[in-house]
Design a protein around this ligand. Structure first.
Ligand code: PFF
Length: 454
């Protein structure tokens, strides 16, 4: 190994890193979550708030993660260990890496369950199961899936199996090969759906809903939801991007690449939102229907349209592709670490991790049926608790400490050489972003979300 390469493999070129990181970022967050939280928080003003959060907090933290990964060239835990040693910082900073491994494992366990619903819906829509259904029937269909632990487990197993199959084959023959296919297809499917949305006749209304600035709808809550979502959707705060950063060739410009990734992620969320709302409005349905938007309102809208079975099937294929490329990134911090630590084969590590994560995922499956009245904290089921713990606590805290570490502990020279910064003014932008704006922004969301009434 030459000193500036990772033992796990390297991305073949800049575009493969862009596609891999965009694949991680573009996921259920963009297609399932973004449209409904935009719907709940007033549309246009929320979109603007979200764009600001991506630019001011998301991009700086993502730059920091890629930089740390590329400097350390190992799993997030070992990269942090190395950088802490070199900068003579406290060993406690390596907790960022450990927390990331745990968060990735926890997120994957329930992400696989929801993505499994997406897989199930491909067949349901494509076979015409939603043609002409009314609101009650559509709600009932999701309730039936939820009440069937066996069916949910089957699709959870299929999704986890696909993820582990890809991951086990390694960075180049597994991740890269899957990403080379899935990402371009994902963009094509998205454009096809947007075209379908435009043809549906609801585009003008959908566009107005997403982009018209209704200032009275702007709330402090909405602003904080936007910031929290910016972190989740960019996959920052848990080391997934740090792990991918370790495989980035030295010649790649981190800042330029991260901006491209963030823009791709945002464009996908906006196009998905436009397509979904066009279809929803064309059928006179409610945009602000919450988490059920994708699994109830959207299938119902497709069911009322010509070629709805075909395009509905395509929609859920798109959802599944997006979820797979995110899921593989969730495992990378843990897999890279276990391979380094135990010198074990990647495929063996991947299978063991997959089995453990699959088992934990069963607890999320049962949260919707046999364990629906088992509460971990307050009124939260296992599924709700893991979702809350990771998205609202672990990722924001991770992003906060990554910003602080990069801003205060990493030597100035390392940052300047990694980012190719030569001027004082460019360094000042980095310093203010990482030392002040990003940590304060994340701290605000964090305190707000864990506040008892929040
Ligand atoms: N960014 C993904 C999404 O928007 O669905 C979720 C995610 C993937 C979060 C990977 C964190 C992560 F490491």
């Amino acid at each position: 190994m030459t000193p500036d390469e990772s033992t796990h493999g390297m991305w073949s070129n800049r575009w493969l890193f862009v596609l891999a990181a965009a694949g991680s970022a573009v996921g259920l967050g963009n297609i399932w979550k973004f449209p409904y939280i935009a719907g709940e928080n007033g549309g246009g003003v929320f979109v603007v708030a979200y764009l600001f959060c991506v630019a001011l907090v998301g991009i700086p933290v993502m730059v920091a993660e890629v930089l740390i990964g590329r400097q350390g060239r190992q799993s997030p835990i070992n990269s942090m260990r190395l950088l802490v040693q070199r900068s003579e910082g406290s060993q406690a900073w390596t907790l960022i890496g450990w927390a990331g491994v745990v968060a990735g494992f926890l997120i994957l366990s329930f992400y696989s369950v929801i993505a499994g619903w997406g897989l199930y819906y491909i067949g349901e829509l494509a076979s015409g199961g939603f043609v002409g259904v009314d609101g009650n029937t559509a709600t009932q269909a999701l309730a039936e899936l939820h009440s069937n632990p066996i069916l949910m487990s089957v699709f959870h197993t299929v999704f986890m199996g696909i993820t582990i199959f890809i991951v086990a084959r390694g960075v180049v023959s597994g991740l890269e090969r899957a990403i080379r296919w899935l990402m371009p297809l994902l963009f094509v499917l998205l454009i096809v759906l947007l075209g379908y949305g435009i043809a549906s006749g609801g585009f003008a209304e959908g566009f107005d809903f997403m982009f018209a600035l209704r200032w009275d709808a702007l709330s402090f809550d909405g602003l904080l939801v936007a910031l929290g979502h910016a972190a989740f959707t960019l996959s920052i705060g848990m080391g997934a991007i740090m792990a991918y950063g370790a495989y980035v060739p030295r010649s790649v410009s981190i800042t330029r690449t991260v901006i491209t990734i963030a823009m791709l992620d945002t464009v996908v969320a906006l196009i998905a939102g436009l397509a979904i709302f066009s279809i929803v409005f064309a059928n006179g349905l409610e945009p602000g229907s919450g988490p059920g938007l994708m699994f109830v309102t959207v299938p119902r809208a497709f069911g009322q349209m010509s070629l709805g079975a075909l395009f509905g099937g395509i929609f859920f294929i798109l959802v599944s592709f997006a979820a797979i490329t995110s899921a593989i990134s969730l495992t990378e911090p843990a897999i890279a670490f276990l391979v380094e630590e135990y010198n074990a084969s990647r495929s063996r590590v991947a299978v063991s991790l997959g089995v453990a994560c699959w088992l934990l995922g069963l607890a999320s499956v049962f949260s919707f049926n046999v364990w629906s009245d088992v509460y971990v904290v307050g009124e939260k089921t296992v599924f709700d608790s893991i979702d809350y713990l990771t998205a609202n606590i672990m990722l924001p805290l991770g992003a906060f400490f990554i910003a602080l570490f990069a801003g205060y502990v990493l030597p100035r020279g390392t940052v300047m050489s990694q980012l190719g910064i030569t001027s004082e003014s460019a360094m000042a932008i980095w310093t203010v972003g990482l030392k002040v704006i990003a940590p304060l922004g994340v701290l605000a969301v964090f305190l707000y979300t864990i506040w008892p009434s929040g």
